[in-house]
Design a protein around this ligand. Structure first.
Ligand code: PLP
Length: 272
């Protein structure tokens, strides 16, 4: 009997040498979801579990060449973008996606700053993200500060999150998931707005220090679900489970934030 091949998921983003976030976390999340991760590196950052030190950007033409080499060879089923670093790289990524994978679902994680302080996208890059990448996005996954910056409205509660999400739909994203993991309540509340309306996902906050890379992991796992043909709401629910499991399993390997070994979501493991 032929073995079913994994969905090939392209993660475009920065390298985090600690493995806590960035394309290393994306790749583990995609693998945990049963996909085959392929990556295009936009920047080499220097960071560990405790600090973000510096970064050197990859030339936009080389970022484009990585995407082209992958898309010309492999059946890329979904694309996820993370750290785009600069307008020149964001523009090259938008060009390649439009040319090579216009039909692929695109999940845009609009990361702009690392929790340890490093800038992950310059101001001109934010404007490319708004004008070119959101227009192609099946889903954009901002946290509250990112939603506030992209939508230009304050986000301090769920009503604000809905208002911001509506604005981002207005910029062309087909769906927006405003994540509430950065809040402090006993529940993590994420708000999904798509063409069918709003769904609120709520789950108990896992106690303890927040690990690195939760946003990367969530967006990569959703991209994997979409690439495997799951409906958006199901892909979001499974990805949230994966993040919760991974936070529970986070390890204090370094001096700083805990690092997550991305764990398959309980539901899909039970289903096997
Ligand atoms: N570093 C890189 C390369 C990333 O892509 C990201 C998020 O996408 C981060 C750091 C941010 O992760 P955190 O906020 O957990 O520091």
């Amino acid at each position: 009997m032929a073995t079913e091949l994994p969905a090939v998921i392209l993660a475009i983003g920065g390298s985090d040498p600690s493995g806590g976030a960035g394309i290393q976390a994306d790749a583990r999340a995609i693998q945990a979801c049963g996909g085959w991760p392929v990556t295009a590196v936009t920047a080499v950052t220097v960071q560990n579990s405790a600090a973000y030190l510096e970064a050197q950007l990859v030339a936009p033409a080389l970022v484009a060449a990585q995407i082209r080499a992958l898309a010309e060879d492999l059946p890329v089923a979904a694309v996820k973008t993370g750290m785009l670093a600069a307008a020149s790289i964001a523009g090259a990524v938008a060009d390649e996606i439009e040319r090579l994978a216009p039909a692929c679902p695109l999940v845009v994680d609009p990361v702009m700053a690392a929790s340890a302080g490093g800038a992950l996208l310059d101001a001109a890059g934010v404007s490319i993200l708004k004008t070119r990448l959101l227009a192609r996005a099946a889903l954009c996954t901002p946290n509250w500060p990112e939603a506030e910056r992209l939508a230009g409205v304050p986000v301090a509660d769920l009503d604000d999150a809905r208002r911001a999400a509506e604005r981002l739909l207005g910029l062309g994203a087909r769906a927006v998931l405003v994540t509430g993991g950065h809040g402090t309540g006993s529940e993590v509340v994420d708000l999904l707005l798509d063409g069918d309306g709003t769904v609120v996902f709520s789950s108990p906050r896992v106690p303890g220090d927040s690990p690195r890379g939760t946003g990367c992991t969530l967006a990569a796992a959703i991209a994997c679900g979409l690439g495997a043909g799951r409906p958006l709401r199901e892909a979001v629910a499974l990805a949230r489970d994966l993040v919760a499991e991974s936070i529970r399993g986070a390890l204090r390997l370094g001096r700083g934030a805990p690092l997550m070994p991305q764990m398959p979501p309980v539901r899909s493991r039970d289903a096997k």
